[in-house]
Write a protein that binds this ligand. Structure first.
Ligand code: NAD
Length: 357
């Protein structure tokens, strides 16, 4: 199979970590007989320096026309003082909107080899943590009207939370489809005991469930879900929820797994063209030192294979290689512990590549 991948190296550690992910993809292509073609895209601070714009139109076009986009990270102190509409992060928001990606998918997976990095009790971690949060990304209260006005002489702030049936249905389908590719368990999280938008959410999820008889649907209130994530995370396979609940729960979920450098993410919309990136930022404090952990980006590439290119075997091969690398005691500085062997960013990439088969 031939696939065209738009590559945004970005700023800070972005170029170093993306380089390793590309080498991993090349090795997968060689072993499994695929062809990955890369198109470089400037976005973020480097695009501001080169083009005076964090995401020039022709760069966005390259992304939209690709089969998927692989992103390192953007931003850094150098661009802190540029006007708001010119900030590196604006490029990212324009990219998400331009690609129409309305679903953000973030796995919370504990690697048994790194269990000690979790703040949870060993007995909870030992039961296993391996779930994914599917968060609605471009609707709900973050995109409703926001205003502050005087009502009866008192300053009053108002934020509108609204969801229509279509918005709920399209994210619901991503939840069901994701569960189908995993252990076929979907937990829909809402606040239907209080909110109308949640009652509609729940109704739509149950209607959709009839189309996915192979997926087991359950409901959970968001306050209970935030407790269950720390009490018994092993119960979850796929969680689907609205924008603000997903924002909060996905940060909680990434925290229980340990290192920020290990976590990938995907953002998907109506087509199979997705945006894949690690959850961390550009880490300017360690940029150019060859000490960054590239695994979050490498696992983002694995997600691209699984969710956009329908290449589950190839995605499994990358994940197994990461697991073997950790089993053998290799660690970058961010996850280093006593008795382990410290490696740099490049060496980490090379060790993972050599374990892909
Ligand atoms: P950060 O995630 O870049 O860094 C937080 C801490 O984690 C730092 O100490 C960093 O060294 C460490 N870290 C992050 N990724 C690592 C990795 N792969 N390996 C080892 N250590 C790693 O967050 P920040 O410092 O708040 O932000 C830095 C810049 O990144 C800012 O300009 C911010 O706006 C930007 N940012 C970009 C994105 C994105 O591109 N999606 C996301 C978040 C932040």
């Amino acid at each position: 199979m031939t696939k065209n991948i738009a590559v945004i190296r970005g700023d800070g550690i972005g170029p170093e970590i993306v380089e390793q992910a590309i080498k991993v993809l090349d090795k997968v292509a060689e072993v499994y007989g695929h062809r990955f073609c890369y198109t470089d895209v400037d976005m973020g601070g480097c695009a501001i320096d080169k083009w005076g714009d964090p995401l020039p139109e022709e760069m966005l076009k390259k992304c939209v026309e690709s089969d998927s986009v692989l992103l390192g990270a953007v931003g850094g102190d150098k661009w802190n003082d540029v006007p708001g509409h010119m900030r590196p992060e604006k490029g990212l928001l324009r990219l998400r909107a331009g690609m129409g990606v309305y679903s953000n998918n973030r796995p919370a997976k504990i690697w048994p080899q790194l269990a000690e990095a979790s703040p949870l009790k060993k007995s909870i971690v030992d039961a296993g943590i391996d779930f994914i949060i599917v968060r609605e990304l471009i609707g709900g209260i973050y995109f409703g009207e926001h205003k502050t006005e005087e009502i009866d002489g008192t300053p009053t702030a108002i934020d509108i939370l609204s969801y229509d049936e279509k918005e709920i249905e399209r994210i619901g389908r991503i939840g069901f489809e994701t569960a189908r590719k995993r252990n076929k368990k979907l937990c829909s999280v809402e606040k239907s005991n209080v909110l109308d938008s949640s009652r509609l959410w729940k109704k739509v999820m149950h209607r959709l469930a009839e189309e996915y008889p192979d997926v087991e649907l359950s409901d959970m209130l968001v306050d209970n879900c935030s407790m269950q994530i720390v009490k018994n995370p092993a119960q979850f396979d796929v969680v689907v929820t609205e924008n603000m609940f997903g924002d909060i729960l996905s940060d909680e979920a990434s925290m229980i797994t340990g290192s920020i450098g290990m976590i990938p993410s995907s953002s998907l919309g109506a087509t199979s063209c997705g945006l894949y990136e690690p959850i961390h930022g550009s880490a300017p404090d360690i940029a150019g030192k060859d000490i960054a952990n590239p695994i979050g980006t490498i696992l983002s590439a694995a997600m691209m294979l699984r969710y956009s290119f329908d290449m589950p075997k190839e995605a499994d091969a990358i994940e197994a290689a990461v697991s073997a690398y950790l089993d053998e005691g290799y660690r970058t500085a961010d996850i280093m512990s006593e008795g382990m062997r410290q490696v740099g960013c490049k060496q980490c990439g090379e060790l993972i590549i050599s374990r892909i088969c």
